[in-house]
Write a protein that binds this ligand. Structure first.
Ligand SMILES: NC(=O)c1ccc[n+]([C@@H]2O[C@H](COP(=O)([O-])OP(=O)(O)OC[C@H]3O[C@@H](n4cnc5c(N)ncnc54)[C@H](O)[C@@H]3O)[C@@H](O)[C@H]2O)c1
Length: 254
């Protein structure tokens, strides 16, 4: 896909297993210019070599739970580029002690943290991004089936993903008049830093191999291909959607 000269800001690359890495790699291969943003100074030693490999224009630390960091991120992006074509939001977090517990034991702190980092950050980033976006600009975020059906151990993240998918619809409406699109990809389970905190992923993946229509688990590249479609002009009439990239498991009753 020719994305030459398109400018993409990507949040949520922690390492080479990150879904954001597969998306960044595909965008770079298509000729996009990239700016990466990573959560904490501790991640710099992992992210900076990847940034070099991808030939990114800049790599900026931003903790999305901090308004100052988000404003600073976009101030620095604006210093490099006049416009922004693509925003990739691949960020989620819930405190580890809020996962793998009976859902009714979710704490107020855990609930607010999960929704703040995993959902509000999308709204806050798009509010800043909008100032640089134009007709045809596009954003994506990452969701999971736990938004729609109960997935054991996923707990408060399921509620966060439900709010994320609803936010995508409201953002699509509020940004649509300007020709800015936003969609979510609901990805099947992949082994990453985030998913390692959720118990039972290996069993889930074994079940998917047996019962999904495609009889396999997805690869990060499957997500990246749909990301290219949604970000690019190929999806010019698509906004507010949550598209499953899960080898079809969501269509099965058993
Ligand atoms: N791995 C899966 O099975 C799976 C399935 C469906 C959806 N997703 C979603 O994909 C997205 C990416 O997750 P991943 O699986 O690639 O794992 P990952 O751990 O590689 O990515 C999550 C990213 O969120 C970042 N993050 C967390 N708190 C942050 C903060 N305060 N400020 C800025 N960044 C912060 C982390 O640093 C990390 O880069 C998440 O939204 C996740 O819920 C993952």
């Amino acid at each position: 896909m020719n994305l030459k000269g398109k400018k993409a800001l990507i949040l949520g690359l922690a390492n080479k297993h990150s879904i954001a890495y597969a998306i960044a790699k595909s965008l770079a291969e298509g000729g996009s210019e990239l700016i990466l943003s990573y959560a904490s100074p501790a991640l710099a030693k992992r992210v900076l070599p990847i940034a070099d490999e991808l030939g990114v224009a800049d790599c900026i630390q931003c903790d999305v739970s901090k308004d100052y960091d988000i404003q600073n991120l976009f101030r620095l992006v604006k210093g490099k580029w006049d416009t922004l074509d693509f925003l990739v939001h691949s960020v989620a977090y819930a405190p580890a002690n809020e996962l793998n517990i009976p859902f009714h034991n979710t704490s107020r702190h855990g609930f607010l943290t999960a929704l703040d980092i995993s959902v509000y950050s999308l709204i806050a980033c798009l509010r800043e991004a909008e100032k640089m976006m134009h007709e045809g600009s596009s954003a994506i975020t990452l969701s999971y089936y736990g938004a729609q059906k109960v997935v054991p151990n996923y707990g408060v993240m399921g509620i966060a993903k439900a709010a994320l998918e609803a936010s995508v619809r409201y953002l699509a409406h509020s940004l649509g008049e300007q020709g800015i699109r936003i969609n979510a990809i609901s990805a099947g389970p992949l082994r990453t830093l985030s998913s390692s905190a959720i118990g039972g992923i290996a069993q889930l993946q074994r079940r998917i191999e047996k019962t999904a229509p495609l009889a396999r688990n997805i690869e990060p590249e499957d997500v990246a291909k749909t990301a290219m479609y949604l970000l690019s002009d190929l999806a010019s009439g698509v906004t507010g959607e949550t598209i499953f990239v899960d080898a079809g498991i969501n269509i099965m009753a058993y």
